[in-house]
Design a binder for this molecule. Structure first.
Ligand code: SF4
Ligand code: SF4
Length: 355
């Protein structure tokens, strides 16, 4: 069961934005991924952002707050702080999150949780819709190997997440807390151990997802990995679901690795999402960062409305929707389910009226 619709999309929950798009009107993104900091305290073997070099650069907090509020007024509904580095390496992340939520923009964080101390949880949990921790092992040794850090960090991370769950319970916050594991040859045998650890730590869910090769990443160790022999593991994990703890084993996403034909030929989802890096560049797609065809403008140096409604974004969206060959795109990209849905809307079968 996928209680949080992690393996699906939520586009149908935005009918007004969809209607505007179907009429050909320009639309603001609903969701953005934003990198507050380029630094990272891990060196994960599977990291797809390695090619950006984990640079020591970060957003000026006041400027980012200003831009987030501005984008919220233009129609942006949510931000996930993640991207090319670890969000908690930004010393003012908690203040940025507080301001994002106060601006009416929903907030989430994807983090390795090494720096997510109890004090940080106390500051961010009340303002976040969800926090997902990337924890790719069930023991210190495998954790150290996969994340490229000292093995002791494993216990620190689990402790941080236990404390986060305790803070949430104590304060009555609604923030959903989860873990995510990318299934690799080195950690598959620890998936059930991690599931038990996540459940006992008070997490709401554990996502088990496949590796997906970023086209620009220098980490190619797992390129071509498939999962058809993982059915018994999936069944074992499903048996660990409880009333309060949900395992999301992403079978459909795993199956697509072996049947990479897409249900869509071009990319229709870019008007509704995007990525902003630590330099303020707004990209249409995280998988094509550094490719100028996907660069819409710079949110730091320009007015957000000039980027949202400007000719660069307008032209890039048209090109992606009409000419981009998605057969060349990253398999299982962030907008896979969104694109499949939008393609159906634009290319309805002749049975659609038989509701
Ligand atoms: S924590 Fe994230 S950004 Fe950092 S190395 Fe790991 S995958 Fe990459
Ligand atoms: S990778 Fe996905 S989101 Fe990016 S352009 Fe291709 S289809 Fe669109």
């Amino acid at each position: 069961m996928d209680r949080y619709s992690i393996d699906h999309h939520k586009m149908h929950m935005h009918p007004e934005r969809l209607a505007a798009w179907l009429k050909g009107e320009p639309v603001a993104p609903i969701y953005l991924e934003v990198s507050p900091s380029g630094q990272c305290n891990c060196r994960c073997r599977f990291c797809g952002m390695d090619f950006l070099g984990y640079r020591k650069r970060m957003w000026d907090a006041e400027l980012l707050k200003d831009r987030v509020a501005h984008m919220g007024r233009l129609g942006l509904k949510s931000i996930m702080y993640a991207g090319e580095g670890e969000p908690f390496t930004h010393p003012e992340l908690a203040g940025i999150i507080e301001h994002t939520a106060a601006s009416g923009v929903d907030v989430a964080i994807t983090t390795n949780a090494i720096l997510m101390t109890e004090a940080q949880s106390e500051r961010v949990l009340g303002n976040c819709c969800w926090i997902k921790a990337s924890v790719n092992a069930g023991s210190p040794d495998v954790y150290g190997y996969v994340h490229g850090v000292a093995p002791e960090k494993y216990r620190e991370v689990i402790h941080n997440l236990e404390r986060a769950a305790a803070v949430r319970a104590r304060e009555g916050y609604r923030c959903t807390l989860g873990m995510q594991m990318i299934l690799l040859p080195q950690n598959a045998h620890e998936a059930t151990t991690l599931a038990a650890t996540a459940r006992d730590a008070g997490m709401d869910y554990l996502v088990i997802k496949p590796y997906s090769q970023h086209p620009l990443s220098g980490n190619c160790e797992y390129d071509g990995l498939t999962y058809s022999d993982m059915r018994s593991l999936a069944e074992e994990l499903q048996a660990m679901n409880t009333e309060h703890f949900n395992i999301v084993f992403r079978w459909e996403t795993m199956a697509r690795l072996e049947q990479p034909e897409r249900a869509y030929s071009h990319c229709l989802g870019l008007p509704f999402a995007g990525y902003i890096d630590t330099d303020g560049n707004m990209w249409g797609c995280l998988a094509y960062v550094t490719d100028e065809r996907f660069l819409f403008g710079n949110i730091r140096d320009e007015n957000p409305e000039d980027v949202f409604w400007g000719p660069r974004r307008t032209e890039a969206l048209r090109w992606a929707a009409e000419r981009l060959d998605t057969g060349e795109c990253r398999v299982n990209c962030r907008l896979e389910a969104v694109n499949s849905y939008l393609w159906q809307l634009r290319h309805p079968s002749h049975h659609v009226n038989f509701i």
